[in-house]
Design a protein around this ligand. Structure first.
Ligand code: NAD
Ligand code: TYD
Length: 338
């Protein structure tokens, strides 16, 4: 059966990569990119998709039930994948309200629309951050208890609980994916990897929080997209899947390797005040993805980071565009007193 998927948040980092992946590798599936175009949304990233007959854009807010209903009716949408969110932990510490509004009430609005319009499949894109922080040992599995530590992760965990309950109570055909930190092309340079590349190209300091020994499990965004599609297409209703890259790195190791690849000095590293509530370590056990859906990451971290750095160096005009204007104020506010 042909599908028409409303991709909420399709103009953000992962959404853009997912839409390009779908149009390229799954032609015939119609994609309706539904996005409010916040600071993180950027239609220029999708300029090459505009004339694709499988692609439509609808400017709307997931908190607004009229917007959501209009898009579903206009394009006869039968499925929803929800990427739309406020996604940056540091911003959630300074201003949590919009995180609760978008991530919780926005998800609620989509879930109600899914019931009203008989949506056949609902995929919620979540995060490993809902599990909280690990010590030196162990990995998050799908049955690890939910213990979020930041306003961002608490809002994502709340959304996961809503999705679960809409499945249990209203029999909505819903699934949840929880992935680790993504990296790749089109990521807004508030996040660590593009921030590091952007600062290094200008020979600006790279702010490393605390001792830099926090660990993240890096997932190449293309591999996240193939995993989301596998879950959307084949997972049983109500299932949760963890998606990780098997690439645990301390932040310091990560920054050192990016600087080395760019031919820049380690002297650019500047240790700054730590993030409050900073999760020490994330590590994802994705064995369920492999066993049930046959999914595995396609690239090593070394291959993924090389492609990523090359993309940013070849697309400096994109970086220049997204770091002009408001970004400069954000950067000053976030880092000057740090
Ligand atoms: P992003 O911040 O780059 O993009 C978010 C997108 O959502 C933007 O296009 C923005 O305009 C849109 N949006 C925000 N509020 C909206 C609203 N009210 N209505 C409609 N659209 C709205 O985020 P991302 O990095 O692409 O993350 C996508 C999803 O994946 C998020 O749900 C995030 O929690 C999750 N996630 C991200 C990562 C990561 O490493 N980036 C890791 C785990 C999970
Ligand atoms: P980030 O990309 O913000 O993702 P998350 O907080 O969701 O894991 O940060 C990745 C790691 O890098 C995290 O441990 C915080 C750290 N970090 C810095 O040390 N300096 C920075 O300027 C930023 C943005 C992040």
């Amino acid at each position: 059966m042909s599908k028409t998927i409303l991709v909420a948040g399709g103009a953000g980092f992962i959404g853009v990569n997912f839409i390009k992946f779908m149009l390229r590798e799954n032609p015939g599936v119609k994609i309706v990119n539904f996005d409010a175009l916040t600071y993180a949304g950027n239609l220029a990233s999708l300029a090459d998709c505009e004339n694709n007959p499988d692609y439509e854009f609808f400017h709307g807010d997931i908190r607004n039930d009229k917007d959501v209903a209009s898009a579903i009716k206009k394009y006869n949408v039968d499925s929803i994948i929800n990427f739309a969110a406020e996604s940056h932990v540091d911003r959630s510490i300074d201003g949590p309200h919009v995180f609760l509004d978008t991530n919780i009430l926005g998800t609620y609005t989509l879930l109600q629309a899914a019931r009203d319009f008989g949506i056949q499949r609902f995929l919620q894109v979540s995060t490993d951050e809902v599990y909280g922080s690990l010590g030196k040992e162990g990995m998050f599995t799908e049955s690890t208890s939910i213990k979020p530590n930041s306003p961002y992760s608490a809002s994502k965990a709340s959304a996961d609980h809503l999705v679960r309950s809409w499945h249990k109570t209203y029999d909505l055909n819903a699934v949840i994916t929880r992935c680790s930190n993504n990296y790749g092309a089109y990521q807004f340079p508030e996040k660590m990897i593009p921030l590091c590349i952007n600062n290094a190209r200008h020979n600006n300091k790279i702010p490393v929080y605390g001792d830099g020994m926090q660990v993240r499990d890096w997932l190449y965004v293309y591999d996240h997209c193939t995993a989301i599609w596998a879950v959307f297409d084949r997972a049983a209703p109500g299932e949760v899947f963890n998606i990780g890259g098997n690439n645990e790195k301390t932040n310091l190791t990560l920054v050192n390797s990016i600087l080395a690849m760019l031919g820049k000095s380690k002297g650019l590293i500047q240790f700054v005040k730590d993030r409050p509530g900073h999760d020490r370590r994330y590590a994802i056990d994705s064995s369920k993805m492999k066993e049930k859906l046959g999914w595995e990451p396609s690239v090593t971290f070394e291959q993924g980071i090389e492609k990523t750095i090359k993309w940013y160096m070849d697309n400096q005009a994109w970086l220049d565009q997204v770091t002009s204007g408001d970004y400069q104020n954000y950067y000053k506010q976030m880092y000057h007193q740090r």
